[in-house]
Design a binder for this molecule. Sequence first.
Ligand SMILES: Cc1ncc(COP(=O)(O)O)c(C=O)c1O
Length: 396
Amino acid sequence: MSDTRIYLDNAATTKTDPRVVAAMEPFFTETYGNPNSLHTEGRAAHSALENARERVRASLNAERPDEVLFTSGGTESDNAALIGLMTAGGRTSGHLIVSAFEHHAILEPAEWLAKHGFDVSLVKPDTDGVVSVAALEKLLRDDTVLVSIMHGNNELGTVQPIAELAAAAHGRGALFHSDAAQTLGKLDIDVQALGVDAMSFSGHKFYGPKGVGVLYLKKGLRFAPYLMGGGQEFRKRSGTQNVPGAQGFATALELMDADRVSETIRLTALRDRLEAAAVARLENVYVNGANVSRMPHITSLIVKGVEGEAMLLHLDAKGIAVSTGSACSSGSLTASHVLLAIDCPQEIAHGSLRLSMGRFTTEAEIDYFVDSLVPIVERLRSMSPVYDKMFGAQSA
Ligand SMILES: Cc1ncc(COP(=O)(O)O)c(C=O)c1O
C-alpha cells in the first residue's frame, strides 16, 4: 500500500475536485475577457463573475450579492477584515479582541494593529478548545470596535459558538468577524442566522482552487479598502477579478452543499474509527476537544513522549501525509500556539498530530494509517531515553 499515497492533511489543502477543474476551464480559454471591460468578451466574463457571486450569496444566505467580495484567499480576507474594519473612516485607535488560537492570518494583522495605535486583547479558549461567551464578555469594552473569533479551529477542529459570541459583541456595540476558512462547506453557514458582520472563506479548503477566497462583508459597514486601484469589487477590493477562480469557488461550494449531510456522517464515522483505534492500541494517547462540538474531518491527537515531526516523517516514508503542531524544523522548538492556548504543556504539545480526512479518504486508508502509526510510536518511544521516566505509567 505504500506506493500509493494516503492524504490525511485536508485541513492544509484539498485536491481540487475534477468537476471543479472542468467548471473552471472555459473561463481560461473561452470566456477570458476582463469582467470590467464593456465589450462583448468583457460582458461575458462579467456575467460569469456575477453568476458565481450569486451562487455563493445563495449558499451563505447573504442578503445581497454585493456583500460577497472575491479575494485571493483566506489570508487576504482575514487581513482585509481586520485592517479594513479597524481603520475604517480614518480611525487610528480603538479596541480589538481576537482569540488566542486564531490562524496567523488573524494574529499577524492584529499584532500590526497593536503596533499602530490600536489596543488588542486576546481571548483564551478553554482547555477543550472553545471560546466561551463568558470569557469574551470579560474583555468587551465600550471602545471595542471589532471581535474576531474563528468558526472552526484548524488544528483542533473545535467549533465556536459563533451566533452567541456575535450577539455578545453586538450587545456592547462591537462588530463581529469570523474566520470560517475551515468550516465553509463542512458546516451549514448562514451568515444572517449567525449574525456575523464579516466572515472569511478560502476555496482550496473544500476542493476548490487555491488563490481564491471570499470576504462576506455586511452591507452598510464602514470599511477601508485594503487593496486600492481600479475600484473593483464595489470599490472594496481592487484588482482584475479571478473569474475562473470565482467559478471554481462557487462550483466547489455547491458540491459541498449537495452532500453535506451524508459526508458529515461518513467523515464522523472515519474520525471516530481512527480515534478509537489509536487510543485503544497505544498508551498515553488522547484526543483534543474530544467532548465538544467538532468538525467531522479533523482529529487532533496527542501522542505523549514522541516528537510530532518524527511521526510525520516516518508516516511520510510509509506513504501517509499528516500534519503536526510542533515546528522543530525551524530550529525554534516552539510548540503550536493553538495547543499552548488550550493549556497543553510544552513537552506534551510537541507530540501532536493533526489528521484531516476528506472527500477521497476511505476506511481502508484509516486502518492503514493506524496500523502504520502504532509500530512507529512504539519504536520512537523505545529509543527515547526519557519516555519511561516521564510517561511510563498510562497517564492519559
Ligand atoms: C483558519 C484558517 N484561516 C486562514 C487560512 C489561510 O487561508 P489561505 O491559505 O486561503 O490564505 C487558513 C489556511 O491554512 C486557515 O486554516
